[in-house]
Design a protein around this ligand. Sequence first.
Ligand code: NAP
Length: 283
Amino acid sequence: MTDISVIGLGEMGSALARAFLKKGRSVTVWNRTAEKADALVPLGAIAAGRVSDAIAASPTIIVCVSDYRATRAIFDRDEDAMAIAGKLIVQLSSGIPSEARAMASWAGGRGAHYVDGAIFAWPRQIGDDAVILASGDSVAFDMALAPLSLLGEVVPMGSEIGAASALFSGALAYLAGHWIGFAHGARICESEGLSAEMLGETLARIAPALGEDNRHMGRVIATGRYANPESTLQTAGNDIARLVDHAHIAGLPDAFPTFAADLFARAIAAGLGPEEHVAIAKL
Ligand code: NAP
């Protein structure tokens, strides 16, 4: 028997297994492509030949594969793997809340304890300054707390099993805008002879203010207090409209600025111009 079994050894699963090993836990690992265990065996991991062996090996099973469909494909491939009664299954693959609920009911139906987690970190942060949101009933959560704490700061999300994946999905929507916006912003800078690195450095410099803006937007939407902003939606809409002009002048693709400018223009047409930027949520 080992302390923990890690199923899935991609970038994130391998980082999880390494962190457990580094913190002195005995670890069994399994991956569909078996060779990915090779780098972990010299660190002390035991490579299981079958997923059912990995499940049998430990009371705590950490799953981190591409998504919930892959998770079910793994558990469904081998009837023996269904022997999860009494085990703690911690799902750290990303998904949406309905998938978390389905997985919880699947695991609960087989007598397993289930925690649905969401990792807010890059693999290099695991075991150090990672943040992991975890949903589950109090018995399952208490069982998961010690192993998850070896990976980073654990944020309890309560017994609503879809809560961790709901927040992860919300953050992913934010990040989608962040990645697209940065890529377009980098091209703007380059078109004027500036390095994309300067944009990265500048945004890093104002990171605390951006963090505060996220808090502010959350409060505005939650309380419905959109009036009397420091800067209006109208002002932001005018500024964003200029990005379409810039794209045409600089010969850049205009898909992203056009999408953003249209959204703000529709909000202004709907009479939201004097309100907070985030009043676009009303559309
Ligand atoms: P990855 O490097 O692409 O690894 C994917 C893993 O899923 C591999 O172990 C792969 O096995 C396995 N897999 C995929 N489909 C499968 C199937 N049908 N049957 C069995 N195994 C299957 O991805 P990752 O970066 O480790 O991400 C894993 C999860 O962590 C994702 O849900 C991701 O959203 C989440 N996450 C990642 C990060 C990050 O920075 N990387 C951050 C936060 C959350 P093979 O090796 O055999 O292909």
